[in-house]
Write a protein that binds this ligand. Sequence first.
Ligand SMILES: [Fe+2]
Ligand SMILES: [Fe+2]
Length: 458
Amino acid sequence: MKEKIEAFFRDFISCLQIAKLYTTGHPRFDKFLNQAYQSLSEILKDREEVLFGIVGDELAFEKEIFFDLSRTVSPVITYLKERGIEKISFRRGVKAEELRKFIDFLVLSKDEIKTDVAEYFAASGIEAISAGRLQTDAAKDDQGAGIDYQKIFAGAAGEIAQVIGSIISGDEPRIVNFRFSIKHLMESLLKQDKEIMMLSTIKRYDPGTFVHSLNVSILSMYIASKAGFSREDCLETGIASIFHDIGKLYISRKIIRKKGGLTTEEFTEMKSHATLGGEIMLNYTQGLGILPVVVCLEHHLRYDQKGYPKRRFLCTPHIASLIVSLCDVYDSLSQRRSYKNDYPPDLVYGLMSKERGSYFDPGLFDLFFKIVGVWPIGSIVALSDLRTAVVREENSEDIFLPKVEIIGSPGKREFVDLRQENSGLKIIKFLNPWTEGKQFLAEVRRIDSSEKNRHKIF
Ligand SMILES: [Fe+2]
Ligand SMILES: [Fe+2]
């Protein structure tokens, strides 16, 4: 029975992911829907009802917890929990059409769900399925805890690790899970940009293996959306950017981590990661499209058409490559690695602005810093009056003067718009979260985790 239940749930989740990524009209959707419906009908021959629950972050059926399955589908579990779905019950007599309608319901965005779940089901003719919250004490405490951005971020990093790991070992990557997870991240980013951007600023100092890929992806999707790309194009840009440096996995670690300059031979080997990456990604165009190939090949080709690899005919790189190259350089300069220091944001800006119009497309460069600011959201900074603050919102009119929140104000929260004429304050120093800024991280997290404080500040 356990195997049957697991098989059903896998197919059910595949239906949901395909419906979310494409539509319920996709041919693969019907295939998984039929499979899921077959196994469900089998299971319901022996029992009146099958009830699934989400307990914590795990998927449970009766007293059994499916740990392995939960790990594989963790982005879907986070997604369901965000929609207030912690239990799903299927009853004998359920029709395939009801299963389809239920999935239609699950892919609606939260803003589209105007009515109560039970009302929605009644109106759409879903009779033998119900879904909702588990009314345990823990679940009640969990209500209103809102979206867990850390989990969305970690889920996406886990899927990236899985896909890249499979590409290296020659196994079949879980592309649908991967796309689903990045799409979920993108939707949260474009709706609640501050939360994800803040997480990305903090994680920029995290030495995790795929954090750079994920950060470049977040920045690229964000810039692409602000540049007016459609949702689909933002997603494709974000997905392509994840693989920009995949060719580096085949370059000697010694060269990648070398602190000083590279010899001519070493530099030639290093540069080969662009073409190598393009060749690797050519094997995955079916699930990932052609853009990862283009971005791998072009992310070191500059706006002025210099850079590498050398081409026989010059032409401007694809706009997705230009975006990724900006975000890549920005994140790499900001990141700390065992073999390199991180640079404070004002120095990163200074270094990059020297390349405006040569390495970087000037329009994209201006848009990037207008959005990200010199001091990104979530940065801990020292002010000219010697108080410490955290950056809360950028000022697109003056990228040096964001809106900040003072850390350690007794009693109440204090916000300062540094651009206001009479504030007279400015940022004098960035406090690195690994060193001088570390002592303030706990306080910033405490303020952020307080639900009532999540509402708009300015
Ligand atoms: Fe690269
Ligand atoms: Fe990179």
